[in-house]
Every structure is written in structure tokens, then in C-alpha cells.
Design a protein around this ligand. Structure first.
Ligand SMILES: [Zn+2]
Length: 462
């Protein structure tokens, strides 16, 4: 934690002027009436898009997100770069794919590598993060570049604390930060594991979910669930399908309640009109589809994430353009007119925010996790083993949104063409990969007992 000495604001003043100029000249879009002075990036771990009202969830489940969305650009087709917490957040922060950052090894990025969050700090923003523990513990390296990086909620582990207001900790920490530094330019990152397994919502939100009939969002169940049975006090057999969906929906309602309090806090502190807000998640969750519960795979309900961006002065809207989490940091950098520390792999979504379709429907997107990768283009999605390219599945998402019909045999050439795009991407980014050198494995193995306990309870390790 640095002192309260104000940071130089020269870059920011320049950024604000440039932003005003850029926006006033773009596509007839109105110039923002108030400049961007603050940024809040919110990652709700494991949050499925379709459990939010702007993405079709029943009215009353997430009223605060619905109200927030009315002032944002809602991205309908956003995916994560990894359906696992650490690599996904690393891609979000660094705007590179998993094969570049290799965070899935558990090793932190090389200390020599400039962190994009640190570059924002150097540009004059006070940088702060309030996060859940687990894979966001500082030992995994996501704290790089933050003036303040605090774990404020590790109590979502186990099922013995259902009625504790766990998100109250996050709100209190945020309130404290804003009261001390709310007048400074800041980049604030907020994260919670609340809808992650084990689902343990406060009881009031279970009643809310039942009252509005939001117990069964998602596809019809067509197979028994794989039971999740960590050794952290979660009763075996508690995670049958109906219960899982009801509990998960109640977790989302709880998160919405927190977000309502956060947005009210910003209003009270007169921060709403000059704060850029991004609301997203690191991956989705299967809740019974194909008999699955949890994440780490590439099915749509796990790969798709909500992405809502509120830019002061820009009109609200929707975009169905194919976008992805690595686009967030380039978008922030462009809006703030800060030069990236190295070439980002994502795309600036600024034109889409202003209603100009910059990325076409044929954009190729990639995701990667646990030795497998997915390539998406148009209606096609191929999932293949990184060490065995002839081991793949191919789906046509337009004809088969439930991903039940593997076309690997019928359309093998199409699959091979998509897999070559991944190989091409890797080959074209050798220089960038050299910026993220592979570290030894010893750090990943030297977990302290508290970290082990948390990771086990969240299902990351045995
Ligand atoms: Zn996660």
C-alpha cells in the first residue's frame, strides 16, 4: 500500500482530452458529457450469462443488473479464454492466450514482465483489488501492478456459514477504499467466488428464487449429475440437479443484491457519471447439461460469459459480435489512451461500444484449458487435444446449440482447418511467448496448507 501522495495525472489529462476528441468524431456518436476518471472491473467467478436478466433470466432474479444494463453495452456473445479461474483471469489482465502466459501451471508470470495493471498505475491510476482467495491468492501472480491487493473473502468455503453475509466483506472493503481514494483516478478490481461451488446462498435468496419461479433456468436435464463431493464439509448428495440450479440461482440473486449496493454506493459518492464499469465473469458453469456440474470444459454454458461495459457518455446498446475476455484490457487502454506495455492479443471493442461493427461474425476465437483447446468461428466449434490433434470433436452451434451431435467424422476437413488456425496463432506469437518465460514447477508444488485447503474446497486439487 502506497501513501496518499497524489500520483501524476498528466497522462490521464491527455487521455481524457484524446478520448473526448476521438469520441466526438466517431460515427456521429455523442461525445461523453463527463470524462472517465475511474475504472471498476468486476469479475463474478463462475457466473453464467443466462442467469442474468439482460440475458433472459426471469424478471426479479437480478433486478440490479437489469437496471445497470440499461446504461451499458451488453455483449451477447462473449467467451472466456479458459474455463478455469487462474488462466482465465490471467488472460483477462494480460490480454494474451493461455499458451502464452501458461498460468495453468500455477506459476506466476515472470517478475520482469510488465503487468498491464502496473502500466495503468504508472499512467496515474491508483490500482486496488479486493478478491476471493483460492487461485487469486497473491502467490499466483495476479497481484502484479496493484498498489493494494487484499483477499477479503475466504469464508465461502464449506457449508457451515450459509447465513453469513460474505459479500458484505467485499462491500465494506470497497466502501473503505472509495472513501479514502474515491477522488483519485483509480482502477479497482473486484472479485468474488460467490456463485462457485459449493453453492451456499443465504436463505433469504433461496426464498426469492422460489417466489419468482427461477428454480430451473437452462437446458432440460438429460442425464444424472456427476456429484461434487469435496472433503470440506459439503454433504454428499447435496448437489442433485434441481437443488443445484436453485442454489446456484440463489447465489446469483445474492450477487445481484451486492451489485445493487455497490451501484448505490457509487451514486452516493457521485462516482457513477465518471466511472467506466466492466461486469464480467471468468467462465460459466454446467448445471446438469449432459450430466455435468461445474466447469473446466468447453461447452457453451461454461465457455460463455456475461460482458457488460458502461462507458460514461456513451449510449446504451447491445452487440452480438463475437468477443472474448482478452478484448477487455485493450478496450480499457484505448478508452484511457494508455500505450500497452506489449502488443495485446485482444481487440479494442471501442467501435462496438459506439455502435460500429468492427469485428465480423467470422472472427476466429480461441479458448484453452487442461491440455485441450477450442477454436470457434461462425457456427463452428472444434475442441481438440493439444498433444493429439486428431483427437477432436466438432459442433455446429447453429444447428445443434446443445452440442449433442459430434460431427468429427462427417466434417473432419472443416475441423482440421480450424485446428490449423490455432497452430498458426501459436506460430505467429513466438516473440510474445518469449516475454512469458516458463518458470520452474517448484513454486506450484510449494502450496501452504491454507491455500491447499481452499483450493481443495473449490475443487481445484484433490
Ligand atoms: Zn473461476
Amino acid at each position: 500500500m502506497n501513501g496518499s501522495t497524489p500520483r501524476p495525472h498528466t497522462r490521464i489529462a491527455g487521455a481524457l482530452l484524446a478520448l473526448a476528441g476521438a469520441l466526438s468524431g466517431a460515427c456521429g456518436a455523442p461525445a461523453p458529457s463527463t470524462p472517465i476518471e475511474h475504472v471498476i472491473l468486476i469479475s463474478i467467478d463462475t457466473l453464467r450469462a443466462d442467469y442474468l436478466e439482460p440475458y433472459g433470466a426471469p424478471t426479479g432474479l437480478t433486478p440490479n443488473v437489469a437496471e445497470f444494463a440499461a446504461g451499458t453495452i451488453v455483449f451477447d456473445d462473449a467467451i472466456t479464454q479458459a474455463t478455469s479461474t487462474l488462466p482465465s483471469h490471467t488472460s483477462l489482465f494480460y490480454s494474451v492466450h493461455s499458451f502464452v502466459h501458461r498460468a495453468y501451471t500455477g506459476n506466476p508470470p515472470d517478475p520482469q514482465l510488465p503487468s498491464p495493471v502496473g502500466t495503468l498505475r504508472d499512467a496515474g491510476f491508483r490500482t486496488a483489488a479486493f478478491v476471493g482467495g483460492g487461485q487469486l491468492r497473491p502467490r499466483f501472480g495476479l497481484d502484479r501492478g496493484f498498489d493494494t491487493y487484499e483477499i477479503v473473502d475466504t469464508r465461502n468455503i464449506g457449508s457451515d456459514n450459509r447465513d453469513v453475509d460474505r459479500l458484505g466483506n467485499l462491500l465494506t472493503a470497497t466502501d473503505g477504499f472509495l472513501r479514502e481514494h474515491g477522488r483519485d483516478p483509480f482502477f479497482l478490481f473486484l472479485h468474488t467466488y460467490e456463485p462457485h461451488l459449493p453453492y451456499a446462498p443465504p436463505a433469504a435468496f433461496l426464498s426469492q428464487v422460489s417466489a419468482i419461479g427461477a428454480d430451473g433456468i437452462g437446458a432440460d436435464l438429460d442425464a444424472p449429475l456427476v456429484e461434487y463431493t469435496p472433503d470440506a464439509g459439503v454433504p454428499e448428495g447435496a448437489w442433485i440437479a434441481d437443488d443445484s440450479r436453485r442454489l446456484y440461482a440463489a447465489e446469483v440473486a445474492y450477487v445481484d443484491d451486492f451489485l445493487g449496493k455497490l451501484f448505490a454506493l457509487l451514486d452516493q459518492m457521485a462516482l457513477t457519471d465518471n466511472t467506466l464499469i466492466v461486469l464480467t465473469s471468468d467462465h460459466g458453469e454446467s448445471l446438469g447439461e449432459r450430466g455435468l456440474l461445474g466447469h473446466n470444459l468447453f461447452y457453451t454454458e461454461q465457455l460463455r460469459v456475461p460482458l457488460l461495459i458502461r462507458v460514461p457518455g456513451l449510449a446504451a446498446g447491445r452487440s452480438d459480435a463475437p468477443v472474448q475476455l482478452i478484448d477487455v484490457m485493450p478496450t480499457l487502454y484505448a478508452l484511457l489512451d494508455v500505450d500497452p506495455p506489449y502488443p495485446f492479443m485482444g481487440t479494442d471493442l471501442g467501435p462496438l461500444l459506439r455502435g460500429d461493427p468492427a469485428t465480423g461474425p467470422d472472427r476466429v476465437r480461441f479458448s484453452e484449458n487442461k491440455g485441450f483447446a477450442a477454436v470457434l468461428q461462425g457456427p463452428w466449434k472444434v475442441v481438440f487435444a493439444l498433444r493429439e490433434h486428431n483427437n477432436f470433436q466438432l459442433f455446429n452451434l447453429a444447428a445443434d446449440p446443445g452440442e449433442l451431435h459430434d460431427l468429427a467424422n462427417e466434417r473432419a476437413a472443416r475441423a482440421a482447418q480450424l485446428i490449423r488456425k490455432y497452430d498458426g496463432l501459436v506460430a505467429a506469437n513466438a516473440t510474445l511467448m518469449s516475454l512469458f518465460p516458463r518458470r520452474g514447477e517448484e513454486a506450484a508444488q510449494a502450496l501452504d496448507e491454507e491455500t491447499r485447503r481452499e483450493l481443495r474446497a473449490l475443487g481445484y486439487i484433490q
